[in-house]
Each structure stands twice: as C-alpha cells, then as structure tokens.
Write a protein that binds this ligand. Structure first.
Ligand SMILES: *[C@@H]1O[C@H](CO)[C@@H](O)[C@H](O)[C@H]1NC(C)=O
Length: 372
C-alpha cells in the first residue's frame, strides 16, 4: 500500500513538473527534476527511503509490499479490474484472500497463474474472454470458496475445481455440455449459477453432478425442453425459467423432494401432469407465470407449505373452488400469502370467494380483470 501511494504521488509530481513549453515531455531519469519547494523535497526524501530503482517500474524488494503493477492491494484484497490485462498478473501477494480480475481481456488461465495462492477465498474473472483453463490451474487454490466466472467463453466446466468450493457463478458462457464427473471431488456446495449457456437437456451427461450436495441451482435462459432429471436431489432451490420447457411429466420432479422454491416461469408449459407436484412436499414457492397453462395445476391443495404461486400470464380460463385449498381444516400448515392470476382469460367475478379460503388476506391475491 505504501508503495502504491508513493507511486501515485510520483506520477502526480511528474505531471506537476512537466514543462509545458517543451512537449513532448520526455522523462530521462527520476532525479532529473529540479525541485522548487521544500514541501516536495520533503516528500521526495520520504519516498527515497522506500524506493530503489526506477519509479516507473517497481520491482519487489525487501521491505516493499508486493502488488502487481496497476493493481490495488489492500488488506489481502487485490483489485486488478478494468486494466485491459491479457493475462493473470504476476507478483500477486501469497496471502491474498480476494483476487479481482474482472473486466479485463484475459483469454486463458494457465497452469501456474495462481501458484502459491493457498489462502485465496474468492476469485473473480468475470467478464473476460477466457476460453481455456489449464486442468491444473485451480489446484493450488486449496481454500477457494467462491469462483465468479460469468461472461466468458468457456464451453465446459473447468476441471479440478477445488473441493473447498461453495459458490460457482458461470453464467453467460458457451457451455453446451456438463460431462460426467464435472464436479468430482466436490461434496457440498451452496450455489451454482449457470444460466444463459446454450445447454440442452442432452448436454447433461449421466453422473454430471454425482456425489454433489447442492442447495441452489440456476439453469435459466438455456435451451432446456424439459426438467433435467439428473440434478442433485439435495436441491432446495431450482430455477429453470426462460427455457423452452413444454410440459412437466409425472416423474420429472420425483427426484427433487427437498425443493423449497421452483422457478418454471417464461417457458412454453401447456400441461403439468396430474400427480407431478405430489413429489414436492416441502415446496414454499412455485413460479409458473408466462406459460401456456389452461388450468390450475392439479395437486396444490395438498401442498402443506405452499405460500406463493405465480400463475399470471397464462391461458387459464377456469378456476375451481377446490383448486388451491384443501377441503378439511388444519390440513394446510401455512396459508398462502401470494397468488397471482392476472392476465388470464378468466374474470374474477366468476371465481367463488371460497376458492381462497386458505389465503392470509385478500391482498395476497393478484387478480385484476381480464381484458383481452
Ligand atoms: C387431472 O386432475 C383434474 C383435477 O382433479 C381432473 O379434472 C382431470 O380429469 C385429471 N386429468 C387426468 C388426465 O387425469
């Protein structure tokens, strides 16, 4: 930090003392300046204690903190974003915890790029042009928990991700295939965000997620035509919105018994097969907005914990009095606090008020009038 500050100060001084009459300004040597104020002499003397060699090309030397040129290093955070870097810089301090390389022009992660960074906790290479990752590039990162890889050009998940990884964001790449064993060695993760990749259902090889316990998965904005069947069964949250899913078939959800939230909005779903939702006893929140449903999915009344159902912008033309709520009392553990039905070809005055007998209050229902 001290080094960085004095370097900046030096740059400022150069500008201050650049003779405006003799352009272009040419620097011959650091000490070629005539210093005219005592204040500056004082500063120079202070810096002279730290500096050896050229001020424009700092080289690490004893007593000088290490920091890649142009980056900002402070409290184990190394900020190298927006520098036009074409490769991972060298001289990253070995105790770095967070390395920020986003918004550069890096095209490849090489074998030794992260050598020695055993304390690294989070790495961001977001928004670069990386298409190639050496299979051993992440091997030194034995404590890395967060990897931000969105907006790059990867076509597969990088190999040998550290076993310590908890969060992977790899949104907006070019991934078409998730091969068997892509996450081998990983046992427990919180979040994988891999939306906006051109991945189809056939892109998941059997065993792609084998052995992985995962809490949250987002596969939105991909090219899925159905619910993938081989995702981790530990999932609490699954986001599949903005795909091309046409239907939910009986067995599609049978694996995902732990889901709390399921996002299926903005697909082409016409039908949810009777009985499909009975596999989701824990579900709290179901998003089915902007699809082509013509009726309320069967099975909602027996979902004890369901609180939020988005059904707006579909083609639902009838709502039955028993579509949402069970007949008996005490069967539903939590009442609904959000049901959206607007933008469907059904008029609210055609729906019996008792339909919503297990809703917290009437403001929880978004209906609006149908005006098409
Ligand atoms: C699905 O369930 C609904 C409501 O219980 C019922 O009206 C419909 O006939 C069922 N459809 C099939 C194909 O079983």
């Amino acid at each position: 930090m001290l080094l960085l500050r004095s370097s900046l100060l030096l740059l400022c001084l150069f500008q201050l003392h650049a003779p405006s009459s003799a352009l272009p300004f040419e620097q011959r040597g650091f000490w070629d300046f005539s210093l005219d104020s005592m204040e500056n002499i004082g500063k120079m003397a202070m810096m002279n204690d730290e500096e050896e060699g050229s001020a424009m090309e700092p080289t690490p030397s004893p007593g000088m903190p290490m920091c890649p040129f142009g980056c900002h290093c402070q409290r184990k955070v190394v900020q190298c974003s927006d520098l036009g870097l074409t490769e991972v810089p060298r001289n990253i301090p070995p105790d770095t915890r967070f390395l920020d390389l986003q918004n550069n022009q890096i095209s490849e992660l090489r074998e030794n790029d992260f050598k020695g960074l055993t304390d690294l906790y989070a790495l961001s290479v977001r928004n670069n042009i990386i298409s190639k990752v050496h299979p051993r590039a992440f091997v030194p990162l034995k404590r890395m928990q967060k990897l931000y890889f969105s907006k790059n050009l990867l076509s597969t998940i990088p190999k040998n991700l550290p076993a310590s990884l908890i969060e992977l964001r790899i949104h907006e790449n070019r991934i078409r295939k998730v091969g068997a064993g892509s996450f081998s060695g990983l046992t427990n993760m919180n979040c994988i965000e891999m939306g906006a990749n051109p991945i189809q259902n056939s892109g998941f090889e059997p065993g792609a997620f084998k052995g992985l316990r995962l809490n949250f998965l987002r596969l939105s904005e991909a090219k899925l035509t159905g619910v993938p069947k081989d995702l981790p069964d530990s999932l609490h949250e699954l986001h599949l919105d903005h795909n091309q899913i046409q239907a939910v078939e009986l067995e599609d959800l049978s694996r995902y018994k732990n889901l709390y939230r399921l996002g299926l909005g903005f697909n082409n779903i016409r039908n949810i097969e009777n009985g499909s939702l009975s596999y989701l006893p824990m579900l709290r929140e179901l998003h089915l907005e902007n699809n082509r449903l013509t009726r309320i999915p069967q099975g909602l009344p027996s979902m004890k914990y369901l609180q939020v159902v988005y059904l707006h912008s579909n083609s639902i033309n009838h709502v039955d009095v028993d579509d949402f709520c069970p007949r008996g009392f005490g069967m539903k553990r939590t009442f609904y606090n959000g049901i959206s039905l607007f933008d469907n070809p059904v008029n609210y005055w055609d729906v019996q008020p008792a339909t919503f007998r297990c809703v917290n209050d009437r403001y929880a229902i978004q209906f609006g009038n149908y005006k098409k």
